[in-house]
Design a protein around this ligand. Structure first.
Ligand code: FAD
Length: 534
């Protein structure tokens, strides 16, 4: 099936605000994107408003796992286990370029832990109806020494290796939003909702255009508040006494090192000193390690601070599992932090809180909170059930599953070969481009792409601005090209030429171009500022 090449973020708010919508979605993370797509597929006139850039919040800061749901088994949440396995199958079918089956290795120090793991994984695979090719393997010391040579197999002599799927969270959001746009949804970034007046017959939203400073009113039959960690800041005052807070924000930090410093062959699930899982995941030339899980004090913010203690915790966990020269903070090339919007469970600490979602309704406003990247489609389905109650119509999940933007791929390996041959690229470079753009890779690169660095091209910057709604240099480098975290060595060289290209396309003055460069350079420096906070 061929997918049209829809655009997002290209229509000015002043133009779209004048129209009436069936549904306005607030928040352009994965939750909002999933709802917008489902609504547009169901034939609703849909507008999505994002205060910053698409995926600027939690949905670009995750570990990027499409969890099969093994950890939910330990929490006794069988429904979530089943949902995880089902969803990853669906997502792989809809976006094979964005969902990559990988092997997750879980080492065990003792026989007892190893046996527990084996039993847990076998039960999980049975409950989730995991297919034969995806079933786990059990490894002893000899297999471990060969299969994951850096692991300290003296201390960790056994392991289970099972299937987990890996994605690119921000690009999953973009692909979902563009699929929504293909079905008629409009998505605006830099459109901040400042007030919601939700009545029984419809709602009116006050929206600030962050680009012009103008305020507009948008009206719709229903609004969906999908603002992630910001959900509560948008709720209208309660009719009765102030309700207790519903969300608990938990901070999660990741760090990035050069692959040569931690060359893992599998995704590795380590166990930190406090018993939490911490993952080491290789991607291209880097390995990233995460995450922490600590209560975030204060309100929601886009760039939560990375502390030296967060980095120490992650480094200690790695050094406890791998041999060779220990990693130190000097090895850290980049970091990111995000906030989990967890549903509050009084008396529990963040790691014990369920990752479930909740949907509730106040007149024509439907609010959704909690959840996981992995479950964004079932979350959208639950939201649409509540929207259906408002509009008086059943809005089922559309079938069959249509591909996301770039997802109409018959054979990923063949596409990679073709891209490698056509542009004379090594397998790593071809892999990067195919994973980012899927079936659209040739549309992005054209005939003779112009390199800006050894891996990134001028055409990618143009595509980000023209098709994917990037409005700032940060939008391009962080959430479109994913450079600072996955190509940190090439990022400094990308900035000037990318800023030049964007200045031409987006009409920036010299002063604006410089402001954009300064902002990204500050952001890059902030990622490593934990060293000064030590
Ligand atoms: P967000 O992505 O934060 O989106 C909300 C959006 O609303 C933001 O873009 C924000 O700018 C916008 N907004 C806020 N206020 C307004 C306003 N007034 N007007 C308009 N827009 C507004 N899940 C997994 O499945 N697998 C993982 O491996 C995984 N790892 C994780 C690791 C970490 C460290 C964290 C923090 C989370 C992880 N998660 C994972 C969970 C997952 O990332 C989140 O559940 C998901 O991204 C939340 O998406 P969201 O759309 O609800 O929120």
């Amino acid at each position: 099936m061929s997918v049209p090449r829809p655009r997002i973020g290209h229509r000015p708010l002043a133009e779209v605000a004048g129209e009436h919508y069936d549904l306005v979605v607030i928040g352009g993370g994965i939750t909002g994107a999933g709802v917008a797509r489902h609504a547009a597929q169901a034939g609703l006139r849909t507008l999505l408003l994002e205060a910053d850039d698409f995926a600027a919040g939690t949905s670009s800061r995750s570990t990027k796992l499409i969890h099969g749901g093994l950890r939910y088994l330990a929490m006794g949440d069988i429904a979530l286990v089943r949902e995880g396995v089902r969803e990853r199958r669906h997502l792989l079918a809809m976006a094979p370029h964005l969902v990559e089956p990988r092997w997750m290795l879980v080492p065990a120090a003792t026989w007892g832990r190893y046996l527990l793991l084996r039993i847990g994984i076998a039960v999980y695979e049975r409950l989730g109806k995991v297919g034969r090719g995806d079933r786990h393997r059990n490894w002893q010391r000899a297999e471990l020494a060969e299969g994951e040579p850096l692991l300290d197999s003296g201390r960790l002599p056994r392991a289970c290796v099972y299937r987990e799927y890996l994605t690119d969270d921000a690009r999953l959001v973009l692909a979902t939003l563009r699929a929504a746009a293909a079905d008629g949804a409009v998505a605006c970034n830099y459109a901040r909702v400042r007030g919601i007046d939700a009545g029984d017959d419809g709602c009116r939203l006050e929206v600030l255009d962050e680009a012009t400073g103008a305020t507009h009113t948008v009206s719709a039959r229903v609004a969906v508040n999908a603002a992630g960690p910001w959900v509560e800041s948008l709720l209208p005052p309660a009719d009765g006494p102030d309700p207790a807070p519903r969300l608990h924000l938990s901070k999660g930090v990741h760090l990035v090192v050069d692959r040569s410093r931690l060359d893992v062959r599998h995704m590795v699930m380590m166990t930190a000193a406090d018993g939490r899982p911490v993952f080491a995941i290789a991607r291209g030339g880097v390995t990233y390690v995460g995450t922490t899980d600590t209560t975030h004090h204060g309100g929601a913010e886009l760039w939560p601070e990375v502390q030296a203690a967060d980095i120490d915790y992650l480094l200690a966990t790695v050094n406890d599992h791998f041999r060779g020269r220990p990693l130190s903070s000097a090895d850290v090339l980049a970091t990111w932090a995000g906030l989990r919007p967890l549903i509050r469970q009084p008396g529990k600490n963040p790691k014990e809180m369920s990752r479930r979602d909740e949907v509730w309704r106040q007149r024509s406003l439907v609010t959704v909170a909690g959840g996981k990247l992995t479950g964004f489609r079932p979350m959208a389905e639950a939201v649409m059930a509540a929207v259906g109650d408002v509009v008086g119509r059943h809005l089922p999940m559309p079938q069959p599953l249509a591909p996301l933007a770039g997802g109409d791929i018959a054979d990923l390996a063949a596409l990679r070969e073709a891209v490698s041959g056509r542009y004379q690229l090594d397998p790593t470079a071809a892999e990067r481009l195919v994973r980012l753009y899927g079936s659209e890779v040739v549309d992005v690169l054209g005939e003779r792409p112009v390199p800006l660095t050894s891996s990134m091209y001028a055409e990618e910057v143009a595509w980000a601005a023209d098709v994917e709604g990037a409005r700032t240099l940060e939008d391009v480098v962080y959430r479109r090209l994913r450079a600072p975290w996955f190509l940190p060595g090439e990022t400094p060289a990308l900035l000037e030429p990318a800023a030049d290209l964007l200045a031409g396309r987006l009409g920036w003055s010299d002063a604006e171009r410089q402001r954009q460069l300064d902002a990204v350079r500050r952001r890059l420096a902030d990622e490593l500022a934990f060293r000064e906070r030590a």
